[in-house]
Write a protein that binds this ligand. Structure first.
Ligand code: PAF
Length: 285
């Protein structure tokens, strides 16, 4: 299996044109590289939706705040390409920063509502950076379908809203989070964890799972979230930026699991910011 390397928007568009001429559907998997099994799962689900799968690798500077990890974000293109060949991707789009943001670039896509609160409250400008680059990638490739991990659940909701609002004719598909055996959600940033932090990290999802069960059993969110935050703080997560129960679709706050909900958390373990989320089933009657 060969992996076509597409360094420019022109090459990307020519590739998509050839796929279409051959009668093939095209899927796009946008990534920032440092590929792990979660990304490879996106490629594998993409295969169910389209005959041709393109993966983009672009560490997008506009979604990082001034004090965030843009410069130390893990980058290993050779390793990424080997993984994509193994996973059976058809092409990789590798645009340069200059091609994505040429001199004079002046447009930002902002999505109100779902961008606000949660990570939006702690990472000002982050979702505008994500929405802008994803709008560009979708318009550059115009695939039939684009896939995103549910690990970044708020991001997924922002992208769904943006594509709907701007009439971008691409189906947005969310793919469930891939986890280590001990429950830790796969993330390129897990590489930052020390061995001791790595041992402690699965507590994040353990707390979420415990709260989710009790919400589905009918308990109210307030006391459960307060106890969960205290448990994480006692285990060394500092700060716990948020632990919240939200409507799974609109991300509006929920007190009871009277409709499909989502529990979402962000907390630092040492210098590493971890996020996670899980679905909450409505109360069983
Ligand atoms: O989830 C990511 O890797 C990035 O936020 C994305 C969607 C590729 C946009 O840069």
């Amino acid at each position: 299996m060969t992996l076509a390397s597409l360094p420019t928007v022109e090459a990307l568009r020519a590739f998509v044109r050839d796929c279409r001429a051959a009668g093939d559907k095209v899927a796009l998997v946008p990534t920032m590289g440092a590929l792990h099994a979660g990304h490879l799962q996106l490629v594998s689900v993409a295969r169910r939706h389209a005959q041709r799968v393109i993966v983009s690798i672009f560490v997008n500077p506009t979604q990082f705040g001034p004090n965030e990890d843009f410069t130390r974000y893990p980058r290993d293109t050779e390793r990424d390409l080997a993984r994509l060949i193994e996973a059976g991707a058809d092409a990789v789009f590798l645009p340069s920063v200059e091609a994505m943001y040429p001199a004079g670039f002046s447009t930002t896509v902002t999505v109100a509502g779902v961008s606000e609160g949660l990570c939006g409250a702690f990472r000002p400008g982050h979702f505008a950076g994500v929405a802008t680059v994803v709008a560009k990638l979708l318009l550059q490739a115009l695939p039939d379908v684009a896939l995103f991990g549910e690990k970044d659940y708020q991001q997924l909701k922002v992208i769904e809203r943006m594509a709907r609002d701007l009439d971008i004719p691409v189906a947005i598909v969310g793919v469930p989070t891939v986890r280590e055996a001990d429950g830790l959600a796969l993330s390129s940033r897990n590489a930052y964890l020390t061995p001791a932090e790595r041992q402690e990290a699965p507590r994040l999802v353990a707390v979420l799972r415990n709260i989710a069960e009790r919400l589905t059993a009918g308990e109210g969110a307030g006391p459960l979230l307060a106890a969960g935050t205290a448990e994480l703080a006692a285990a060394g997560f500092a700060p716990v930026q948020y632990l919240e129960f939200r409507n799974a679709e609109t991300l509006a706050p929920l007190e009871r699991a009277d409709r499909p909900g989502r529990l979402l958390v962000a907390a630092y373990l040492g210098r590493t910011r971890l996020i996670d989320n899980i679905p909450v089933e409505p109360i069983r009657s």
